[in-house]
Structure formats: structure tokens, C-alpha cells
Design a protein around this ligand. Structure first.
Ligand code: AN7
Length: 354
């Protein structure tokens, strides 16, 4: 079997690496683009071409690995002694894994009580020093910046310029897989780094002759944390979608440029819309993403109703993280009856009605 090519080798020509850069790879990138079979019909738009970019199939279960492979490789090249990040969960899992692979100590600051269990479990088991903060993500990121002024430590949040450079490769992959750029990209927005990175990637795809067109970039914040939509910092962001529970997005301006340059938009979706989309993706397509990832699909549904998206468009929805990250939400939204059934055929037939 062919040896997997590290993401930063594959897109070397587009990335700031040299022969001296040590490549820290866990097999990231190359994630599937899967076409929806049932959802368009269920939504009443059978001609709509919906594709899901399954970023939850990266090695630590989220898109963060694309940026982390580069950030960690560059940190090692620069002889960093340790790395640190604030995180709503996925960045911490990714940083912890890649730091371990690089042999670097890793510190992660998490908003106490607001991180999905799977992400916390990962950061702990990969061996990071986990520090729950009695505050939200934005406060944790402020603390990380402050600490880095006093100590020799490399920040691997998306304010590290190598993160978005690595993440832009996802757009180049989409172009390869679709053999063109889509008409629309639907994507969740938290710190607004990923939408910015995709826009860089799509522009690069066009300027390098890999595609003829550019998609309209459509990003979605959760209503309780919609700083960009409201045009102001949200001091107390809230949402069930904890990954995007962010009130002061780090890449605010670049994301706004991506939306305006592409004739796209940044809008909000409610927790109810997010959870409805989350369940719909699982039940119509057999895809388990985490709640935050469903924000893009919730946005698609909202804008189909508004008429922003024509019913025969080609659309890519980025599913940013794996559903297994958050094992609690399915039980909350489905409330299944899990009372045990006696282990005999009669009881079983009664229970399933067959
Ligand atoms: C599944 O891990 O910010 O708009 O600290 O985990 O680039 O921030 C996670 C963000 C979307 C939003 N989907 O992306 C963190 C963190 C999932 C995420 C986002 C995140 P950005």
C-alpha cells in the first residue's frame, strides 16, 4: 500500500516550508467529500448538489489537524521549547497530539464546564497539561497572549500564522475532489479562522489554474455568540454548540473580507436550528458530526428558504468535527427509551414490533 503523504508535503508549493522544516504528521488531510443522497429530496430541492467535506475524519477528529501539522512543524524548526493554546476543545486535542508527536510539552487552557467530553479526554490522554479556566474562551485566549509576553512559549491558536496556511489546503482538496470550485461553501464560524483559510485556498486554486471560479463563502455563527453578525464583541457568549462559543473572533476582519469579496455572507443560526440540522444529517445521510459542525448545514437550510441559494446549485458543507467528540448531545436531543428488554424472543418481538 502506498505510504500516506503528509499534508504539508502534498501542498508544499503553497506552504512556507523549507528543506530544513521537520515535518510533524499524523496522517492529516485527504478527507472524503461525500455527496448527499437523501437530504436534497428531504429539503424539497432534489436538484441541489450537496457535498459534505468530512473533516471529522482527520487524526484527532477535526479540521484543526491541518493547521496544527504546520504550526507544530514550524515551532520545532524554530526550536520552540513548549506550546500553548486556549481552546473550546478541538484545538486543544489537536495541539496535544501534534505536540506529543513533536516531543514538545503542551499547555491547554479550556473554559471550565464548556468543553465536550471527547475533546477533554483526548487532551488528557495525549499528555497535555490541561488547565480549566473559570471564564470563557475569549478570556482564556487573552491569558495565553499575556503569558506568552512573559515566557518563552509558542502559541498554536489560529493567531499563529501557520495555522490558517495549513488549513487552506482543505479548499484545494475540495477543488480536486469536485474537479471545480463549488458555487457555495457553507461553514460554521467561531474564531472565524477556518472560513478565512478556505477563502485563501479557493483564491489560490483559481490563481494557480486549478479552478475557473470562486465559491460564495457563507459562514454561520451561533445566535448567542454572533459577534460578527451583530458587529460587536459578545461579552457572555452562549450556545449549545460549545466549539463556537466565542464572543470575540480572532480572524473577524479576514472573515468579513472573505464574505464580502466572494459575494457571500456571515449570518447566524439558533441552537434549535443547529440541533435540527445535526439530527437531520445523521438520519438522512448516516453522518455523525458534532453540533457546531451542523451550523453550516443549518445555514444552508435557512438560506434555501430565503432564496439565496438556487435549487440546482453545487454546495459544499464543511463538517468540521466528528460527532464522537460529543457523546452527550445525542442522548439529550433523542431521549431514547433504553429500558432493558428481557433476553427472550417474545419480549424482543414485542419491543421491536416484528
Ligand atoms: C468543530 O478548538 O475554536 O471559525 O478552540 O471546533 O476557525 O474558529 C474550535 C472551532 C467549527 C470554528 N467547528 O472554526 C477551538 C475552536 C468546530 C470547531 C469551529 C471550531 P473557526
Amino acid at each position: 500500500m502506498a505510504k500516506p503523504i503528509p499534508l504539508i508535503e502534498r501542498y508544499r508549493e503553497f506552504l512556507p516550508i523549507t528543506d530544513a522544516t521537520p515535518i510533524i504528521s499524523l496522517g492529516e488531510g485527504g478527507t472524503p467529500l461525500v455527496k448527499a443522497s437523501n437530504l436534497p429530496r428531504v429539503l424539497g430541492v432534489p436538484e441541489l448538489q450537496i457535498h459534505f467535506k468530512l473533516e471529522g475524519l482527520n487524526p484527532t477528529g477535526s479540521f484543526k489537524d491541518r493547521g496544527m501539522t504546520l504550526a507544530m512543524s514550524k515551532a520545532l524548526e524554530a526550536k520552540a521549547s513548549a506550546v500553548i493554546c486556549a481552546s473550546t476543545g478541538n484545538t486543544s486535542a489537536s495541539a496535544a497530539a501534534f505536540a506529543t508527536k513533536a516531543g514538545l510539552p503542551c499547555y491547554v487552557l479550556l473554559p471550565a464546564g464548556h468543553v465536550a467530553l471527547g475533546k477533554l479526554a483526548q487532551a488528557i490522554l495525549y499528555g497535555a497539561k490541561v488547565v480549566p479556566i473559570d471564564g470563557n474562551f475569549d478570556q482564556a485566549l487573552d491569558l495565553v497572549r499575556e503569558l506568552a509576553e512573559h515566557c518563552q512559549i509558542t502559541i498554536v491558536n489560529s493567531i499563529n500564522p501557520f495555522r490558517l496556511e495549513g488549513q487552506k489546503t482543505a479548499a484545494l482538496e475540495v477543488i480536486e475532489q469536485l474537479e471545480k470550485a463549488p458555487d457555495f461553501l457553507f461553514i460554521p464560524v467561531g474564531n472565524a479562522g477556518n472560513i478565512s483559510a478556505y477563502w485563501r485556498g479557493f483564491k489560490l486554486g483559481k490563481s494557480s489554474g486549478r479552478s475557473d471560479s470562486l465559491p460564495r463563502m457563507c459562514g454561520f455563527e451561533a445566535s448567542g455568540s454572533a459577534a460578527i453578525v451583530r458587529g460587536k464583541v459578545i461579552e457572555k457568549p452562549e450556545t449549545i454548540a460549545t466549539a463556537i462559543r466565542i464572543g470575540n473572533p480572532a480572524s473577524w476582519q479576514e472573515a468579513e473580507r472573505a464574505a464580502s469579496e466572494s459575494n457571500g455572507l456571515i449570518d447566524e443560526v439558533t441552537d434549535e436550528e443547529i440541533l435540527a440540522a445535526y439530527q437531520l444529517i445523521a438520519r438522512t445521510e448516516g453522518i455523525f458530526c458534532e453540533p457546531s459542525s451542523a451550523a453550516g448545514v443549518a445555514g444552508l437550510i435557512k438560506h434555501l428558504k430565503k432564496g439565496t441559494v438556487s435549487s440546482d446549485a453545487t454546495v459544499v458543507c464543511v463538517l468540521t468535527g466528528n460527532g464522537l467528540k460529543d457523546p452527550d448531545t445525542p442522548l439529550k436531543v433523542s431521549k431514547p427509551d433504553l429500558t432493558p428488554v428481557a433476553a427472550n424472543l417474545k419480549s424482543l418481538r414485542e419491543a421491536i414490533g416484528l
